[in-house]
Design a protein around this ligand. Structure first.
Ligand SMILES: C[S@@+](CC[C@H](N)C(=O)[O-])C[C@H]1O[C@@H](n2cnc3c(N)ncnc32)[C@H](O)[C@@H]1O
Length: 145
């Protein structure tokens, strides 16, 4: 059934907005121009659904050089957060980076473990200033030493 609700102006706006989202808002893995490249390298991709610590256990023979942790520490106690950091550091290569957001609670490696995990504050605040996810309080980037 043909919709009569939208005028040509509405349709033009919807089309422009869709193009804007495709161009500006999609993560790299969902962008059309990256489709073939990802497809050609599917054998290098493993999808694990579950707790990050279980994933580290599953792939314990491997070392990782990057961790995008979203804001998974938000609901963790400080003790659980520090225990998780320990496990993550233990599965990381030297120089690996952890990236995560804070929303309501402040989570960042305490100074006493900076010899294991060093903050990259300048880089984090620079990236945070162009972050489009408006509801986060801060972005944390830390490098495994
Ligand atoms: C505050 S929510 C944020 C969800 C999402 N990042 C967002 O911004 O909408 C925290 C999320 O971390 C996940 N989470 C907590 N502990 C985790 C863990 N050990 N491994 C993986 N995910 C975890 C929870 O399931 C929850 O979805």
């Amino acid at each position: 059934m043909k919709r009569t609700l939208f005028t040509p102006d509405h349709e033009m706006f919807r089309d422009q907005f869709k193009k804007f989202l495709e161009r500006e808002a999609l993560p790299h893995y969902l962008r059309r121009e990256n489709y073939e490249k990802i497809r050609q390298n599917l054998d290098a991709l493993a999808v694990f659904e579950g707790d990050v610590l279980d994933a580290l256990e599953r792939y314990r023979s491997r070392r990782f050089d990057g961790f995008n942790l979203s804001d998974i520490f938000e609901y963790m106690t400080m003790d659980d957060y520090l225990a998780a950091l320990g496990r993550i550091i233990g599965s990381a290569t030297p120089g690996a980076r952890l990236v995560y957001w804070n929303m309501l609670v402040d989570r960042k490696a305490p100074a006493c473990i900076h010899h294991h995990l060093a903050p990259l504050e300048t880089e984090a605040s620079s990236l945070f200033s162009s972050d489009r996810a408006f509801f986060y309080k801060s972005l944390v980037i830390e490098r495994v030493q």
